[in-house]
Design a protein around this ligand. Structure first.
Ligand code: ADP
Ligand code: MG
Length: 320
């Protein structure tokens, strides 16, 4: 059985450096060079087996997702990923599992240009905590606060695919591989976030569901929103597997999309589309903010509609 240090060596052997890592894995702390004129964006997210991913999830997918959910937070701040630490709690010292985990983690780390610089390895129920640090030019980070009545509400990519995969997994029925891929391999919208510097008035990543996460933006702004259900960006497999109202429910209340939801004055729409296109990304306007409160949903026929399920996932309150 490999020991703690053998496990750390598996990770250390695969960690790629960056010139700004003065001291990485192996000392009591990492030493990192923050470039002048930049702020450090720092975030942490934990994944617990059975809570944040199905127990049968492949090790590589867990490695990918543990990093992806953190990179999504950096994306929402318009930060450039730089460094991460990894706190691993493992039920047993399983080198093959850790190699698989490292496959997924380092595949995304290489794609995002982020370096593993330290962590902690303990025995316990399978839990993965990543802390990610990113760099953003001073004063240019996007925040949840800053939206105003009249601003349009935008989302990147498509909504509801991960929630659709989870619904299919729970039903133990036919499952779409394309939807499952969106659940297991979320793509953090880093290029989109950076492209929105100076353009978006507020930005958040959608981890708990559109209604819940947009709700945070509205709370910070003290205003309300009207959303057009007919404009929710929808993938072909989601439309194929779920009828319209069930689909809206997944798109509004389902979590794990890791798309960005942002707001901006209507006059910036063209500049936003151009900046996103130049970054190889895309986004859709789905509604507008108003001076009232709450989120009002309109069907394509113009009727008011509410999803039957509760909005978003909350821990310590039972199921979704
Ligand atoms: P300490 O006892 O000083 O906290 P550890 O023995 O826990 O140090 O870890 C030794 C080195 O290995 C440290 O540099 C630590 O950051 C690194 N490390 C431990 N676990 C991990 C991990 N899961 N991923 C990356 N680096 C790790
Ligand atoms: Mg330690």
């Amino acid at each position: 059985m490999p020991g703690e240090f053998d496990l750390i060596d598996i990770l250390r052997a695969r960690a790629r450096g960056r010139p700004d890592v003065l001291l990485g894995i192996g000392d009591d702390a990492a030493l990192l060079q923050v470039p002048p004129g930049h702020e450090l964006a720092l975030c942490t997210d934990t994944l617990v087996a059975g809570v944040h991913f199905p127990e049968d999830t492949a090790a590589a997918d867990i490695g990918w997702k543990a990093l992806a959910v953190n990179l999504s937070d950096l994306a929402a701040m318009a930060a450039e990923p730089a460094w991460l630490t990894l706190a691993l709690s493992l039920p047993q010292a399983d080198a093959a599992w850790l190699e698989g985990f490292a496959d997924g983690l380092f595949e995304l780390a290489a794609q995002a240009g982020i370096a593993l610089v330290g962590g902690d390895t303990t025995r316990g129920p399978l839990t993965v905590t990543v802390t990610a640090a990113g760099l953003v030019p001073a004063g240019q980070a996007l925040r949840r606060a800053g939206a105003r009545p009249g601003d349009e509400v935008w989302v990147t990519g498509t909504l509801g695919d991960a929630a659709g995969a989870l619904a299919q997994w729970r039903a133990r029925g036919p499952a779409s591989a394309k939807l499952r891929y969106r659940l297991d391999r979320p793509q953090p919208r880093l290029a989109a976030g950076r492209a929105l510097r100076g353009l978006a008035s507020a930005c958040i990543d959608i981890s708990d569901g559109l209604l819940a996460d947009l709700g945070h933006v509205l709370a910070a702004a003290g205003c309300g929103a009207r959303l057009d259900l007919g404009r929710l960006p929808t993938s072909q497999p989601l439309a194929q597997h779920f009828h319209e109202r069930r689909r809206w429910e997944l798109q509004l209340a389902g979590g794990d999309d890791y798309e960005l939801c942002f707001t901006a004055p209507p006059g910036r729409a063209l500049a936003i589309e151009q900046a996103l296109a130049a970054a190889g990304a895309g986004a859709t306007v789905i509604g507008q903010l108003h001076a009232g409160e709450g989120i009002e949903l309109r069907t394509p026929e113009g009727e008011a509609w509410q999803p039957p399920a509760r909005a978003g996932w909350r821990h310590f309150e039972g199921g979704a």
